[in-house]
Write a protein that binds this ligand. Sequence first.
Ligand code: GDP
Length: 458
Amino acid sequence: TEQNDDMKNLKVKENKIDAKKQYANERGSDKDHLYIVVIGHVDAGKSTLMGRLLCELGEVSQKTLHKYEQESKKIGKQSFMYAWVLDETGEERVRGITMDIGRAQIETKTKRVIILDAPGHADFIPNMITGAGQADVAMLVVDATRGEFESGFDFGGQTREHALLVRSLGVSQLAVAINKLDTANWSQDRFNEITNKLKVFLKQAGFKDTDVTYVPCSGLIGENLVKPASEPELTKWYKGPCLLDVIDKFNVPERPVSKPLRISINDVFKGTGSGFCVSGRIENGVLKKGDKVLVCPTKEMAEVRSLSINDLTNNVAFAGDQVTLTLSGVDMQNVSVGYILSDPIEQVSVTTRFEARIVVFNVKVPITKGFPVLVHYQSLVESANIVKLKALLSKSTGELIKKKPRCLGNNSVAVVEIETSRPICIERYKDVKELGRVMLRVAGVTIAAGLVTDIIST
Ligand code: GDP
Protein backbone atom coordinates (compact mmCIF):
# COMPACT_ATOMS: atom_id res chain seq x y z
CA THR A 1 0.00 0.00 0.00
CA GLU A 2 2.97 2.29 0.53
CA GLN A 3 3.73 1.90 -3.14
CA ASN A 4 0.10 2.68 -3.91
CA ASP A 5 0.29 5.85 -1.86
CA ASP A 6 3.44 6.86 -3.67
CA MET A 7 1.74 6.34 -7.00
CA LYS A 8 -1.24 8.37 -5.84
CA ASN A 9 0.93 11.23 -4.64
CA LEU A 10 2.86 11.20 -7.87
CA LYS A 11 -0.35 11.40 -9.85
CA VAL A 12 -1.67 14.27 -7.74
CA LYS A 13 1.60 16.13 -8.23
CA GLU A 14 1.57 15.60 -11.98
CA ASN A 15 -2.00 16.80 -12.18
CA LYS A 16 -1.09 19.98 -10.35
CA ILE A 17 1.73 20.86 -12.73
CA ASP A 18 -0.53 19.97 -15.62
CA ALA A 19 -3.27 22.27 -14.31
CA LYS A 20 -0.99 25.30 -14.29
CA LYS A 21 0.23 24.58 -17.83
CA GLN A 22 -3.29 24.11 -19.11
CA TYR A 23 -4.44 27.33 -17.53
CA ALA A 24 -1.60 29.23 -19.18
CA ASN A 25 -2.37 27.62 -22.54
CA GLU A 26 -6.09 28.23 -22.44
CA ARG A 27 -6.23 31.63 -20.79
CA GLY A 28 -2.79 33.15 -21.30
CA SER A 29 -3.88 35.34 -24.22
CA ASP A 30 -7.38 36.13 -22.91
CA LYS A 31 -8.41 39.17 -21.00
CA ASP A 32 -8.67 38.35 -17.30
CA HIS A 33 -12.17 37.47 -16.12
CA LEU A 34 -13.38 39.44 -13.14
CA TYR A 35 -16.69 38.87 -11.33
CA ILE A 36 -18.17 41.96 -9.75
CA VAL A 37 -21.21 42.15 -7.50
CA VAL A 38 -23.16 45.39 -7.26
CA ILE A 39 -24.46 46.12 -3.80
CA GLY A 40 -26.25 48.92 -1.95
CA HIS A 41 -29.51 50.07 -0.48
CA VAL A 42 -32.70 49.71 -2.51
CA ASP A 43 -33.15 52.70 -4.86
CA ALA A 44 -29.50 53.72 -4.60
CA GLY A 45 -29.55 53.58 -8.40
CA LYS A 46 -27.70 50.29 -8.94
CA SER A 47 -29.72 49.09 -11.92
CA THR A 48 -29.79 52.49 -13.56
CA LEU A 49 -26.03 52.82 -13.13
CA MET A 50 -25.20 49.40 -14.51
CA GLY A 51 -27.76 49.72 -17.32
CA ARG A 52 -26.30 53.04 -18.38
CA LEU A 53 -22.78 51.62 -18.21
CA LEU A 54 -23.78 48.78 -20.54
CA CYS A 55 -25.42 51.20 -22.96
CA GLU A 56 -22.45 53.56 -23.04
CA LEU A 57 -20.18 50.64 -23.81
CA GLY A 58 -22.35 49.54 -26.69
CA GLU A 59 -23.42 46.27 -25.04
CA VAL A 60 -27.10 47.07 -25.66
CA SER A 61 -28.52 47.51 -29.16
CA GLN A 62 -30.29 50.72 -30.19
CA LYS A 63 -33.33 48.62 -30.93
CA THR A 64 -33.55 47.20 -27.43
CA LEU A 65 -32.96 50.59 -25.91
CA HIS A 66 -35.69 52.12 -28.04
CA LYS A 67 -38.08 49.38 -26.94
CA TYR A 68 -37.35 50.04 -23.27
CA GLU A 69 -37.78 53.77 -23.82
CA GLN A 70 -41.22 53.28 -25.36
CA GLU A 71 -42.33 50.84 -22.70
CA SER A 72 -41.17 52.98 -19.82
CA LYS A 73 -42.97 56.00 -21.26
CA LYS A 74 -46.11 53.93 -21.44
CA ILE A 75 -46.17 53.19 -17.72
CA GLY A 76 -44.96 56.68 -16.84
CA LYS A 77 -41.64 55.67 -15.30
CA GLN A 78 -39.28 56.89 -17.95
CA SER A 79 -36.31 57.12 -15.65
CA PHE A 80 -36.43 53.32 -15.32
CA MET A 81 -35.42 52.60 -18.91
CA TYR A 82 -31.77 51.95 -18.08
CA ALA A 83 -32.61 49.82 -15.11
CA TRP A 84 -34.61 47.57 -17.43
CA VAL A 85 -31.55 46.69 -19.38
CA LEU A 86 -30.60 44.61 -16.35
CA ASP A 87 -34.02 43.62 -15.02
CA GLU A 88 -35.36 41.06 -17.41
CA THR A 89 -38.66 39.76 -16.07
CA GLY A 90 -42.04 41.48 -16.23
CA GLU A 91 -42.77 41.06 -12.56
CA GLU A 92 -39.68 42.97 -11.62
CA ARG A 93 -40.60 45.75 -14.01
CA VAL A 94 -43.96 46.34 -12.45
CA ARG A 95 -42.54 46.31 -8.96
CA GLY A 96 -39.43 48.23 -9.95
CA ILE A 97 -37.24 46.01 -7.82
CA THR A 98 -34.39 43.81 -8.95
CA MET A 99 -35.14 40.38 -7.54
CA ASP A 100 -32.82 37.91 -9.09
CA ILE A 101 -29.26 38.03 -10.16
CA GLY A 102 -28.93 39.55 -13.59
CA ARG A 103 -25.93 38.70 -15.74
CA ALA A 104 -24.27 41.15 -18.00
CA GLN A 105 -20.72 41.64 -19.15
CA ILE A 106 -18.55 44.60 -20.00
CA GLU A 107 -15.03 44.96 -21.34
CA THR A 108 -12.45 47.28 -19.88
CA LYS A 109 -8.94 47.79 -21.29
CA THR A 110 -7.55 44.73 -19.56
CA LYS A 111 -10.57 42.76 -18.35
CA ARG A 112 -13.78 41.01 -19.19
CA VAL A 113 -16.04 41.92 -16.29
CA ILE A 114 -19.05 39.79 -15.44
CA ILE A 115 -21.60 41.78 -13.48
CA LEU A 116 -23.61 40.06 -10.77
CA ASP A 117 -26.39 42.49 -9.93
CA ALA A 118 -27.60 41.93 -6.39
CA PRO A 119 -31.03 42.88 -5.16
CA GLY A 120 -31.20 45.71 -2.64
CA HIS A 121 -34.46 44.79 -0.98
CA ALA A 122 -34.12 43.41 2.55
CA ASP A 123 -36.09 40.23 1.77
CA PHE A 124 -33.66 39.29 -0.92
CA ILE A 125 -30.49 39.03 1.12
CA PRO A 126 -30.18 35.27 0.50
CA ASN A 127 -30.05 35.99 -3.27
CA MET A 128 -27.49 38.64 -2.65
CA ILE A 129 -25.36 36.12 -0.79
CA THR A 130 -25.42 33.89 -3.86
CA GLY A 131 -24.22 36.81 -5.96
CA ALA A 132 -21.57 37.86 -3.52
CA GLY A 133 -20.34 34.30 -3.06
CA GLN A 134 -19.34 34.30 -6.72
CA ALA A 135 -17.79 37.74 -6.72
CA ASP A 136 -14.11 38.70 -6.84
CA VAL A 137 -14.77 42.37 -6.12
CA ALA A 138 -17.74 44.58 -5.31
CA MET A 139 -19.18 47.90 -6.27
CA LEU A 140 -21.08 49.65 -3.50
CA VAL A 141 -23.58 52.18 -4.81
CA VAL A 142 -24.80 54.90 -2.46
CA ASP A 143 -27.37 57.63 -3.11
CA ALA A 144 -25.76 61.03 -2.46
CA THR A 145 -29.13 62.78 -2.27
CA ARG A 146 -29.49 64.62 1.04
CA GLY A 147 -31.35 62.38 3.47
CA GLU A 148 -31.17 59.34 1.20
CA PHE A 149 -27.58 58.39 1.96
CA GLU A 150 -28.43 58.76 5.63
CA SER A 151 -31.49 56.50 5.44
CA GLY A 152 -29.53 53.82 3.60
CA PHE A 153 -26.60 54.04 5.97
CA ASP A 154 -27.68 55.14 9.44
CA PHE A 155 -31.25 54.01 9.83
CA GLY A 156 -31.47 50.29 9.25
CA GLY A 157 -30.63 50.54 5.54
CA GLN A 158 -28.82 47.90 3.54
CA THR A 159 -25.58 49.76 2.95
CA ARG A 160 -23.79 48.50 6.05
CA GLU A 161 -25.27 45.02 5.94
CA HIS A 162 -24.24 44.51 2.31
CA ALA A 163 -20.72 45.75 2.89
CA LEU A 164 -20.30 43.45 5.88
CA LEU A 165 -21.71 40.51 3.95
CA VAL A 166 -19.43 40.85 0.94
CA ARG A 167 -16.41 41.29 3.17
CA SER A 168 -17.22 38.17 5.13
CA LEU A 169 -17.69 36.29 1.86
CA GLY A 170 -14.13 37.15 0.94
CA VAL A 171 -14.42 40.28 -1.16
CA SER A 172 -11.63 42.66 -0.21
CA GLN A 173 -11.60 45.24 -3.03
CA LEU A 174 -14.36 47.77 -3.30
CA ALA A 175 -15.36 50.58 -5.66
CA VAL A 176 -17.80 52.98 -4.03
CA ALA A 177 -19.98 54.89 -6.47
CA ILE A 178 -21.16 58.10 -4.81
CA ASN A 179 -24.16 58.14 -7.11
CA LYS A 180 -26.86 60.71 -7.94
CA LEU A 181 -24.41 63.49 -7.08
CA ASP A 182 -26.36 65.52 -9.66
CA THR A 183 -29.03 65.96 -6.97
CA ALA A 184 -26.45 67.66 -4.73
CA ASN A 185 -25.20 69.91 -7.53
CA TRP A 186 -21.90 68.01 -7.63
CA SER A 187 -20.94 69.36 -4.23
CA GLN A 188 -17.48 68.42 -3.03
CA ASP A 189 -18.59 68.94 0.56
CA ARG A 190 -21.35 66.39 0.16
CA PHE A 191 -18.94 63.95 -1.49
CA ASN A 192 -16.48 64.36 1.39
CA GLU A 193 -19.17 64.08 4.03
CA ILE A 194 -20.27 60.73 2.63
CA THR A 195 -16.81 59.31 1.97
CA ASN A 196 -15.62 60.25 5.46
CA LYS A 197 -18.50 58.38 7.05
CA LEU A 198 -17.96 55.37 4.82
CA LYS A 199 -14.21 55.31 5.42
CA VAL A 200 -14.63 54.87 9.16
CA PHE A 201 -17.22 52.16 8.73
CA LEU A 202 -15.49 50.23 5.93
CA LYS A 203 -12.27 50.13 7.89
CA GLN A 204 -14.11 48.59 10.83
CA ALA A 205 -15.71 46.11 8.45
CA GLY A 206 -12.24 44.92 7.45
CA PHE A 207 -11.53 46.75 4.19
CA LYS A 208 -8.08 48.27 3.81
CA ASP A 209 -8.11 51.96 2.85
CA THR A 210 -5.94 51.21 -0.16
CA ASP A 211 -8.46 48.64 -1.47
CA VAL A 212 -11.36 51.08 -1.58
CA THR A 213 -11.86 53.78 -4.25
CA TYR A 214 -14.58 56.44 -4.12
CA VAL A 215 -16.01 57.75 -7.39
CA PRO A 216 -18.49 60.62 -7.75
CA CYS A 217 -21.00 59.92 -10.52
CA SER A 218 -24.53 59.92 -11.83
CA GLY A 219 -25.93 56.79 -13.42
CA LEU A 220 -28.97 58.59 -14.78
CA ILE A 221 -27.05 61.34 -16.57
CA GLY A 222 -24.13 59.08 -17.38
CA GLU A 223 -21.57 61.33 -15.72
CA ASN A 224 -18.06 60.03 -14.93
CA LEU A 225 -18.95 56.47 -15.89
CA VAL A 226 -16.89 55.58 -18.97
CA LYS A 227 -15.29 58.95 -19.78
CA PRO A 228 -13.49 61.47 -17.57
CA ALA A 229 -15.77 63.85 -15.69
CA SER A 230 -17.24 66.65 -17.84
CA GLU A 231 -19.77 68.42 -15.58
CA PRO A 232 -18.15 71.84 -14.88
CA GLU A 233 -19.17 71.76 -11.22
CA LEU A 234 -17.53 68.36 -10.82
CA THR A 235 -14.36 68.99 -12.81
CA LYS A 236 -13.66 71.97 -10.55
CA TRP A 237 -12.54 69.63 -7.82
CA TYR A 238 -12.48 66.04 -9.15
CA LYS A 239 -9.52 64.91 -11.24
CA GLY A 240 -9.69 61.20 -10.48
CA PRO A 241 -10.60 58.22 -12.66
CA CYS A 242 -14.05 57.47 -14.04
CA LEU A 243 -15.91 54.39 -12.84
CA LEU A 244 -14.80 52.19 -15.73
CA ASP A 245 -11.13 52.96 -15.07
CA VAL A 246 -11.58 52.09 -11.41
CA ILE A 247 -13.05 48.73 -12.42
CA ASP A 248 -10.16 48.19 -14.81
CA LYS A 249 -7.65 48.78 -11.98
CA PHE A 250 -9.03 46.04 -9.71
CA ASN A 251 -6.57 43.26 -9.05
CA VAL A 252 -7.70 39.88 -10.32
CA PRO A 253 -7.38 37.41 -7.44
CA GLU A 254 -5.04 34.50 -8.09
CA ARG A 255 -6.95 31.46 -9.34
CA PRO A 256 -6.06 28.37 -7.28
CA VAL A 257 -6.04 26.01 -10.28
CA SER A 258 -3.61 23.48 -8.84
CA LYS A 259 -5.56 22.82 -5.64
CA PRO A 260 -8.00 19.88 -5.46
CA LEU A 261 -11.30 20.44 -7.24
CA ARG A 262 -14.08 22.19 -5.31
CA ILE A 263 -17.23 23.53 -6.92
CA SER A 264 -19.90 25.14 -4.77
CA ILE A 265 -23.35 24.56 -6.21
CA ASN A 266 -25.68 27.54 -6.31
CA ASP A 267 -28.39 26.20 -8.61
CA VAL A 268 -29.86 22.81 -9.55
CA PHE A 269 -32.29 22.49 -12.47
CA LYS A 270 -33.62 20.20 -15.19
CA GLY A 271 -31.73 20.43 -18.45
CA THR A 272 -33.10 19.99 -21.93
CA GLY A 273 -31.60 16.56 -22.65
CA SER A 274 -30.90 13.62 -20.37
CA GLY A 275 -29.39 14.15 -16.94
CA PHE A 276 -29.81 17.42 -15.08
CA CYS A 277 -27.82 20.60 -14.57
CA VAL A 278 -26.05 22.34 -11.75
CA SER A 279 -24.49 25.78 -11.73
CA GLY A 280 -21.72 26.89 -9.47
CA ARG A 281 -18.38 28.50 -9.08
CA ILE A 282 -15.17 26.55 -9.35
CA GLU A 283 -13.45 27.61 -6.14
CA ASN A 284 -10.37 25.43 -6.67
CA GLY A 285 -8.90 23.26 -9.35
CA VAL A 286 -9.60 22.35 -12.97
CA LEU A 287 -12.61 20.55 -14.40
CA LYS A 288 -12.78 18.75 -17.72
CA LYS A 289 -15.73 17.39 -19.59
CA GLY A 290 -16.02 13.68 -18.73
CA ASP A 291 -14.46 14.06 -15.26
CA LYS A 292 -15.80 12.11 -12.30
CA VAL A 293 -16.72 14.28 -9.33
CA LEU A 294 -17.85 13.41 -5.83
CA VAL A 295 -21.14 15.01 -4.77
CA CYS A 296 -20.71 16.03 -1.12
CA PRO A 297 -21.75 15.80 1.70
CA THR A 298 -23.68 12.75 0.38
CA LYS A 299 -20.57 11.30 -1.34
CA GLU A 300 -22.13 10.00 -4.51
CA MET A 301 -20.06 9.81 -7.67
CA ALA A 302 -21.26 11.75 -10.72
CA GLU A 303 -19.94 12.30 -14.22
CA VAL A 304 -19.70 15.67 -15.95
CA ARG A 305 -21.43 15.13 -19.30
CA SER A 306 -21.19 18.69 -20.52
CA LEU A 307 -19.74 21.93 -19.32
CA SER A 308 -20.28 25.60 -20.09
CA ILE A 309 -18.73 28.80 -18.80
CA ASN A 310 -20.94 31.90 -18.72
CA ASP A 311 -23.33 30.01 -21.03
CA LEU A 312 -20.71 29.06 -23.65
CA THR A 313 -19.96 25.35 -24.15
CA ASN A 314 -16.42 24.39 -23.29
CA ASN A 315 -14.24 21.34 -22.54
CA VAL A 316 -12.31 22.66 -19.59
CA ALA A 317 -12.92 25.19 -16.83
CA PHE A 318 -10.72 26.61 -14.08
CA ALA A 319 -10.89 28.03 -10.58
CA GLY A 320 -12.68 31.37 -10.72
CA ASP A 321 -15.06 30.31 -13.50
CA GLN A 322 -18.81 30.28 -13.09
CA VAL A 323 -19.95 27.03 -14.75
CA THR A 324 -23.07 25.11 -15.65
CA LEU A 325 -22.67 21.33 -15.79
CA THR A 326 -24.83 18.45 -16.93
CA LEU A 327 -24.39 15.59 -14.48
CA SER A 328 -25.18 11.91 -14.80
CA GLY A 329 -24.84 8.94 -12.47
CA VAL A 330 -26.66 10.62 -9.62
CA ASP A 331 -30.29 11.46 -9.00
CA MET A 332 -31.35 15.11 -9.22
CA GLN A 333 -33.27 14.71 -5.92
CA ASN A 334 -29.98 13.95 -4.21
CA VAL A 335 -28.24 17.18 -5.13
CA SER A 336 -29.00 20.52 -3.44
CA VAL A 337 -27.91 24.11 -3.50
CA GLY A 338 -24.98 24.48 -1.11
CA TYR A 339 -23.48 21.08 -1.94
CA ILE A 340 -19.89 20.77 -3.09
CA LEU A 341 -18.58 18.84 -6.07
CA SER A 342 -15.23 17.54 -4.89
CA ASP A 343 -12.12 15.86 -6.21
CA PRO A 344 -12.84 12.15 -5.54
CA ILE A 345 -9.35 11.50 -4.12
CA GLU A 346 -8.57 14.67 -2.20
CA GLN A 347 -12.02 15.11 -0.72
CA VAL A 348 -13.71 18.07 0.92
CA SER A 349 -14.30 17.69 4.70
CA VAL A 350 -17.80 16.77 5.77
CA THR A 351 -18.93 17.40 9.33
CA THR A 352 -21.67 18.69 11.63
CA ARG A 353 -19.26 20.37 13.98
CA PHE A 354 -16.58 22.96 13.47
CA GLU A 355 -14.66 25.65 15.30
CA ALA A 356 -14.70 29.24 14.07
CA ARG A 357 -13.23 32.57 15.00
CA ILE A 358 -16.12 35.00 14.78
CA VAL A 359 -16.72 38.72 15.01
CA VAL A 360 -20.07 39.56 16.56
CA PHE A 361 -21.60 42.75 15.22
CA ASN A 362 -25.33 42.83 15.54
CA VAL A 363 -27.00 40.94 18.39
CA LYS A 364 -29.96 42.18 20.40
CA VAL A 365 -29.33 39.67 23.18
CA PRO A 366 -25.80 38.44 23.91
CA ILE A 367 -24.78 35.06 22.49
CA THR A 368 -24.77 32.32 25.11
CA LYS A 369 -24.13 28.58 24.96
CA GLY A 370 -26.72 26.83 22.77
CA PHE A 371 -27.60 30.01 20.84
CA PRO A 372 -29.54 29.07 17.66
CA VAL A 373 -28.40 30.56 14.36
CA LEU A 374 -28.54 29.99 10.62
CA VAL A 375 -25.16 29.22 9.15
CA HIS A 376 -24.70 30.80 5.73
CA TYR A 377 -21.84 29.27 3.87
CA GLN A 378 -21.45 29.91 0.14
CA SER A 379 -24.97 29.15 -1.10
CA LEU A 380 -25.79 26.89 1.82
CA VAL A 381 -28.13 27.81 4.64
CA GLU A 382 -28.27 25.36 7.55
CA SER A 383 -29.76 25.67 11.02
CA ALA A 384 -27.20 25.33 13.80
CA ASN A 385 -26.36 26.07 17.40
CA ILE A 386 -23.36 27.73 18.95
CA VAL A 387 -22.57 24.87 21.28
CA LYS A 388 -19.39 26.13 22.93
CA LEU A 389 -17.95 29.54 23.71
CA LYS A 390 -14.27 28.68 23.87
CA ALA A 391 -12.46 31.98 24.12
CA LEU A 392 -12.88 35.71 24.02
CA LEU A 393 -10.09 37.45 22.10
CA SER A 394 -8.78 40.97 21.94
CA LYS A 395 -10.15 42.81 18.91
CA SER A 396 -6.90 44.54 18.11
CA THR A 397 -4.25 41.92 18.90
CA GLY A 398 -6.18 38.65 18.81
CA GLU A 399 -4.73 37.70 22.19
CA LEU A 400 -6.72 35.65 24.65
CA ILE A 401 -8.77 37.78 27.06
CA LYS A 402 -10.86 35.10 28.70
CA LYS A 403 -11.33 31.36 28.39
CA LYS A 404 -14.88 30.03 28.30
CA PRO A 405 -16.71 33.38 28.40
CA ARG A 406 -20.30 33.27 29.63
CA CYS A 407 -21.64 35.39 26.77
CA LEU A 408 -20.62 37.41 23.71
CA GLY A 409 -21.90 40.92 23.05
CA ASN A 410 -21.59 43.22 20.07
CA ASN A 411 -18.14 43.89 18.67
CA SER A 412 -16.55 40.95 20.41
CA VAL A 413 -14.14 38.55 18.77
CA ALA A 414 -14.35 34.97 19.94
CA VAL A 415 -13.60 31.34 19.22
CA VAL A 416 -16.75 29.22 19.24
CA GLU A 417 -17.86 25.74 18.30
CA ILE A 418 -20.84 25.41 16.00
CA GLU A 419 -22.98 22.35 15.42
CA THR A 420 -25.17 22.13 12.34
CA SER A 421 -28.36 20.09 12.21
CA ARG A 422 -27.12 18.13 9.18
CA PRO A 423 -23.65 17.36 7.82
CA ILE A 424 -22.17 20.10 5.67
CA CYS A 425 -19.05 20.42 3.52
CA ILE A 426 -16.59 22.84 4.99
CA GLU A 427 -12.87 23.59 5.00
CA ARG A 428 -10.43 25.26 7.29
CA TYR A 429 -9.81 28.84 6.18
CA LYS A 430 -6.09 28.20 6.06
CA ASP A 431 -6.59 25.28 3.65
CA VAL A 432 -9.23 26.63 1.27
CA LYS A 433 -9.99 30.31 1.82
CA GLU A 434 -13.03 30.27 -0.40
CA LEU A 435 -14.71 27.53 1.64
CA GLY A 436 -13.51 28.59 5.06
CA ARG A 437 -15.80 31.52 5.79
CA VAL A 438 -19.20 31.50 7.46
CA MET A 439 -21.87 33.98 8.35
CA LEU A 440 -24.30 33.62 11.19
CA ARG A 441 -27.77 35.08 10.83
CA VAL A 442 -30.80 35.29 13.09
CA ALA A 443 -34.26 36.43 11.99
CA GLY A 444 -32.99 37.97 8.78
CA VAL A 445 -30.10 39.85 10.37
CA THR A 446 -26.43 39.00 10.08
CA ILE A 447 -25.14 38.84 13.65
CA ALA A 448 -21.64 37.54 13.08
CA ALA A 449 -19.12 36.47 10.49
CA GLY A 450 -16.16 34.22 10.90
CA LEU A 451 -13.39 31.98 9.67
CA VAL A 452 -13.34 28.22 10.12
CA THR A 453 -10.35 27.37 12.29
CA ASP A 454 -10.91 23.67 12.86
CA ILE A 455 -13.08 20.81 11.72
CA ILE A 456 -14.24 18.52 14.48
CA SER A 457 -14.86 14.99 13.35
CA THR A 458 -18.14 13.56 14.53
P1 GDP B 1 -31.81 50.25 -7.48
O1 GDP B 1 -32.96 49.83 -6.62
O2 GDP B 1 -30.59 50.51 -6.65
O3 GDP B 1 -31.51 49.33 -8.62
O4 GDP B 1 -32.21 51.69 -8.08
P2 GDP B 1 -32.77 52.09 -9.53
O5 GDP B 1 -31.69 52.01 -10.55
O6 GDP B 1 -34.02 51.35 -9.78
O7 GDP B 1 -33.06 53.66 -9.30
C1 GDP B 1 -33.94 54.13 -8.30
C2 GDP B 1 -34.44 55.52 -8.66
O8 GDP B 1 -33.41 56.48 -8.65
C3 GDP B 1 -35.07 55.61 -10.06
O9 GDP B 1 -36.20 56.44 -10.01
C4 GDP B 1 -33.96 56.26 -10.88
O10 GDP B 1 -34.45 56.95 -11.98
C5 GDP B 1 -33.31 57.18 -9.89
N1 GDP B 1 -31.90 57.40 -10.21
C6 GDP B 1 -30.99 56.43 -10.48
N2 GDP B 1 -29.77 56.96 -10.73
C7 GDP B 1 -29.92 58.30 -10.60
C8 GDP B 1 -28.99 59.40 -10.74
O11 GDP B 1 -27.79 59.25 -11.02
N3 GDP B 1 -29.50 60.65 -10.52
C9 GDP B 1 -30.80 60.86 -10.22
N4 GDP B 1 -31.20 62.13 -10.03
N5 GDP B 1 -31.69 59.84 -10.09
C10 GDP B 1 -31.26 58.59 -10.28
